[in-house]
Design a protein around this ligand. Structure first.
Ligand SMILES: *[C@@H]1O[C@H](CO)[C@@H](O)[C@H](O)[C@H]1NC(C)=O
Ligand SMILES: *[C@@H]1O[C@H](CO)[C@@H](O)[C@H](O)[C@H]1NC(C)=O
Ligand SMILES: *[C@@H]1O[C@H](CO)[C@@H](O)[C@H](O)[C@H]1NC(C)=O
Ligand SMILES: *[C@@H]1O[C@H](CO)[C@@H](O)[C@H](O)[C@H]1NC(C)=O
Ligand SMILES: *[C@@H]1O[C@H](CO)[C@@H](O)[C@H](O)[C@H]1NC(C)=O
Ligand SMILES: *[C@@H]1O[C@H](CO)[C@@H](O)[C@H](O)[C@H]1NC(C)=O
Ligand SMILES: *[C@@H]1O[C@H](CO)[C@@H](O)[C@H](O)[C@H]1NC(C)=O
Length: 166
């Protein structure tokens, strides 16, 4: 019985690890001027619980989350956060549009990226799967996202399956 449980748990973690995707902006080109990030983002599918990460030379560039106005005009309109480490992992806990720009003037040279984060395909037991994940309490949302919201949703199913076996 215990080996069965171990297999189930290992399978669970395998799913867990593969579930949340880290989308590296620009792939091997990183976060730099004169790259068309619309082409990059158009080739990605983002889900709630994924991460977007920016790699760049610290001190030269940075990352600001703004709203659509800020994105369109390369301004700080609707600024919601900023990152400066040079290797920034930003959780995407909500199904919505996100807008990121470089705040050092390089936005005008193309350092802007807009993405659409999709809800998880899983409808589960909730009556409406469309927006349920974003409303489960603001506190702890980021850490839940970092751990992978998809796995969090999956774990009760694992527990139920294990209980049924044992
Ligand atoms: C990026 O590429 C798309 C598709 O080719 C194009 O429509 C868009 O104008 C380009 N953006 C920039 C800033 O060049
Ligand atoms: C889109 O992704 C595919 C698979 O990862 C890759 O082969 C292709 O070169 C990408 N296209 C662009 C424009 O980045
Ligand atoms: C920002 O861009 C929008 C179009 O997306 C435009 O309607 C608006 O006037 C611009 N705002 C400023 C302050 O330039
Ligand atoms: C962005 O935020 C600014 C305030 O900082 C606001 O005036 C503007 O309407 C917002 N734009 C959108 C598209 O929500
Ligand atoms: C960047 O974010 C920090 C909090 O993380 C905030 O204190 C600071 O004012 C922000 N800077 C700008 C320029 O928005
Ligand atoms: C999820 O729910 C929507 C309606 O809320 C329904 O149209 C869709 O078929 C459901 N998807 C699955 C996989 O059950
Ligand atoms: C489900 O979501 C749709 C919009 O996506 C809304 O019109 C409907 O009222 C919702 N139903 C429930 C039971 O929340």
């Amino acid at each position: 019985m215990s080996w069965l449980l171990a297999v189930a748990v290992l399978a669970g973690f395998a799913v867990d690890l593969s579930a949340a995707t880290d989308h590296i902006v620009g792939a091997n080109h990183g976060w730099n001027p004169n790259i068309n990030y619309s082409l990059w983002s158009g080739n990605q599918t983002f889900y709630v619980g994924d991460l977007i990460s920016f790699r760049y030379q610290k001190g030269t560039h940075n990352v600001f989350e703004v709203n659509e106005t800020g994105y369109d005009n390369c301004t700080m309109d609707g600024v919601a956060g900023n990152w400066t480490s040079g290797k920034d992992f930003i959780p995407l806990p909500e199904a919505r549009r996100y807008y990121f720009i470089c705040g050092n003037g390089f936005c005008l040279q193309g350092m802007k990226v807009a993405i659409t984060v999709h809800p998880l395909a899983r409808n589960a037991s909730s009556s409406n799967g469309s927006s349920g994940h974003g409303s489960s309490g603001a506190q702890g949302e980021a850490s839940a996202a970092a751990l992978g919201t998809r796995s969090a949703a999956w774990l009760p199913a694992l527990a139920a399956a294990v209980a049924a076996i044992c």
